[in-house]
Write a protein that binds this ligand. Structure first.
Ligand SMILES: *Cc1c(COP(=O)(O)O)cnc(C)c1O
Length: 384
């Protein structure tokens, strides 16, 4: 079994990625070996692969209460978000050119939106309140005659805030506008149910729920039209050409199957650990909780700290064997203020002082206590 405490290291960055569950790895292994077939082939190897693929599709689809023909495999949540947004925009561009999203979306939603703006579309960015909540009434206000798509995330990956998706879904349904939801961070932590949420398009990722990296999925409600990004052999109902990643799909499905049994208990246990982190770390002078006090994922504790800049803090924690995050992955190497922290009203200086601790399947109480102690020590060193 994976042990996060190996060599005195504590992993508290489950929101970035999770270790692959050993049971997931075991389920995948045959598909790297004997069962290597291409699901599009007509012979027995192909049939074997096809069977595994369709079984995986059924498992994941039923986990979000979709039908299998509404689920297509992609390489990641990033690809699913791109496919949903650009795909819907191009399929509906005869109807209109306006898209509505929020200021706190993941870059894999915001960047496709910016790209569409450079290519003849118009994007409305909805602001959020100080807890990161999108007001459904604001979404309704912004819907115009030429609005074709609304894209709002289920739960925010930096501050954990859970958005009022059902209310927004209802509004989109009434106004006849497509509704896309990025559920990469919420899947497996809180219920994700496409019927209850009233969504048309929904993004999922394997590696955030103890599945492998390199596999994602997009739910496309029956009858909803999107244009593919990848053109080729017509795989995945013509929406995503390319030989499907069978080991990935099998692993993702196994991760969902495990979640089905574990989610409730796990959310409760992790919720307790997370509340302990939030309560005790918030008590340190100069530390402030970010995100909603209640409407938040049970796995993310997020703060901003007056006395230390984010990157410095991550290094201080790393020296103590603790893996944490400033909230968003910094691909450029230069620490930009977090767009999420800016959107909830922090200034540029404060928006560089974020900390995200995220817990998961192998987090233990002792680790939580150690991290709290480490932060007290760092506060003692830096706070004047
Ligand atoms: C991690 C994450 C993504 C990107 O997922 P990949 O599968 O790594 O591309 C997108 N949106 C949210 C909310 C995420 O947390």
């Amino acid at each position: 079994m994976f042990r996060s405490r190996e060599r005195q290291r504590i992993y508290m960055d489950y929101a970035s990625t999770t270790p692959t569950d050993p049971r997931v790895l075991e389920a995948m292994l045959p598909y790297f070996g004997d069962r290597f077939g291409n699901a599009a082939s007509l012979h027995s190897w192909g049939m074997e692969a096809r069977e595994a693929l369709e079984k995986a599709r059924e498992e994941i689809a039923s986990f979000i209460r979709a039908s299998p023909m509404e689920l297509i495999f992609t390489s990641s949540a990033t690809e699913s978000n791109n496919l949903a947004i650009k795909g819907a925009a191009f399929a509906s561009r005869g109807k209109g050119r306006n898209i509505i999203t929020s200021r706190i979306e993941h870059p894999s939603v915001l960047e496709p939106c910016r790209w569409l703006e450079r290519n003849g579309f118009e994007v409305t960015y909805i602001s959020v309140d100080e807890h990161g909540l999108v007001d459904p009434a604001k979404v309704e206000e912004e819907i115009r005659g030429d609005t074709i798509l609304v894209s709002i995330m289920h739960a925010n990956n930096e501050i954990g805030t859970i958005e009022p998706i059902r209310e927004i879904g209802e509004i989109c349904g009434e106004r006849g506008v497509l509704f896309h939801v990025d559920a990469a961070q919420s899947l497996g932590k809180i219920p994700v149910d496409v019927e209850e949420m009233g969504v048309d398009l929904l993004t999922l990722s394997g590696h955030k729920i103890y599945g492998p990296k390199g596999i994602g999925a997009l739910y496309v409600r029956e009858g909803v039209k999107i244009e593919p990004l990848l053109h080729g052999g017509g795989h995945e109902y013509g929406l995503r050409s390319s030989t499907v990643n069978i080991p990935g799909a099998v692993g993702f499905a196994k991760a969902c199957e495990l979640m089905r049994d574990l989610m409730e208990e796990e959310a409760e246990r992790l919720g307790r650990l997370c509340r302990k982190l939030i309560e005790e770390i918030s008590e340190i002078d100069g530390v402030h909780l970010t995100g909603h006090p209640e409407k938040r994922l049970p796995t993310i504790a997020s703060f901003w700290l007056e006395f230390i800049e984010g990157e410095r803090l991550i290094l201080e924690l790393n020296e103590r064997g603790i893996a944490a995050s400033i909230g968003s992955a910094c691909a450029s190497g230069k620490l930009e203020p977090s767009h999420v922290l800016l959107a909830i009203g922090l200034n540029e200086d404060r928006a560089r002082r974020g900390l995200r601790l995220s817990v998961g399947r192998w987090t233990r109480r002792g680790e939580v206590e150690y991290v709290i102690e480490a932060l007290r020590e760092i506060a003692g060193k830096y706070a004047k």
